[in-house]
Design a protein around this ligand. Structure first.
Ligand SMILES: [Zn+2]
Ligand SMILES: [Zn+2]
Length: 244
């Protein structure tokens, strides 16, 4: 189970970078968790677009799904010039039917919905979902491989107790960290470094990855503030960072 950080910015990408996107691989299977602005270009540093088997979207905010249209165009253009392609699926929730209806595209991308009622097998992984606290419907993901390793991705959310229970004892917790301790952002459905520290203190992951990072300040400060609550290893997201 290998995770590559493709993009980690909150809201919009900094120059040459990307917003939310994480490439998850096991053997030859490749799934992209979220596909925000800049992700489609950046992911090609790690694999061909046509090697992607699936994209799983947490929600339909631009910083998580802006490049979906370009991904559909990539597949239709490649099909048009005769490139042989494996099937590709975009997974999304149906709490917003209009947004879900735009995920499938002609005969080159199929769309499959998920919900928080039943786990979903996606390639070699089992995905379980939990609805988060966010201004639009958004789902955190727990991803387990056959060997029993577990990665949890909070997607976008303010802190709530069920998120800690959902994340319990993960091998890796990828947490959104959109602000510093002093910021009041829970009203916007986001977590500060302090919130993430509390979340990790309660859920006790083996590793904590801070992502969805703000455009101000020194990110090392986020690590210090999260470490006031959580004593395990904390890593800051960076483009191309690999965690196995
Ligand atoms: Zn969002
Ligand atoms: Zn976001």
């Amino acid at each position: 189970m290998k995770l590559t950080v493709v993009g980690y910015w909150h809201g919009y990408p900094e120059k040459g970078e990307a917003t939310s996107g994480y490439l998850l691989e096991e053997n030859e299977y490749k799934v992209l968790l979220d596909c925000g602005s800049g992700v489609l270009s950046a992911v090609q540093s790690y694999c061909s677009l046509l090697d992607l088997d699936a994209v799983v979207l947490s929600h339909y905010h631009h910083d998580h799904q802006a490049d979906i249209g370009a991904y559909q165009y990539a597949r239709i253009i490649q099909k048009g010039i005769g490139t042989k392609m494996k099937d590709a699926t975009i997974y999304g929730h149906r709490d917003d039917e209009q947004a879900f209806a735009k995920l499938g595209y002609k005969e080159v991308v199929q769309a499959i919905s998920y919900n928080d009622q039943s786990p979903l097998e996606i390639g070699p992984f089992t995905f379980t979902f939990l609805k988060t606290n966010h201004p639009v419907p958004c789902y955190a993901m727990k991803i387990q491989n056959k060997a029993g390793k577990v990665f949890v991705y909070t997607a976008d959310s303010s802190y709530f107790a069920e998120l800690a229970a959902f994340s319990k004892d993960a091998d890796l917790l990828i947490a959104e960290c959109s602000g510093y301790k002093r910021d009041s952002i829970s009203q916007f459905g986001h977590m500060t470094s302090e919130d993430v520290g509390r979340l990790a203190e309660q859920s006790n992951p083996k590793k904590l990855l801070l992502s969805h990072l703000p455009h101000v300040g020194n990110h090392e400060q986020l690590v210090k503030e999260a470490a006031e609550h959580y004593s395990g290893p904390i890593t800051l997201a960076a483009s191309g960072l690999i965690i196995e």
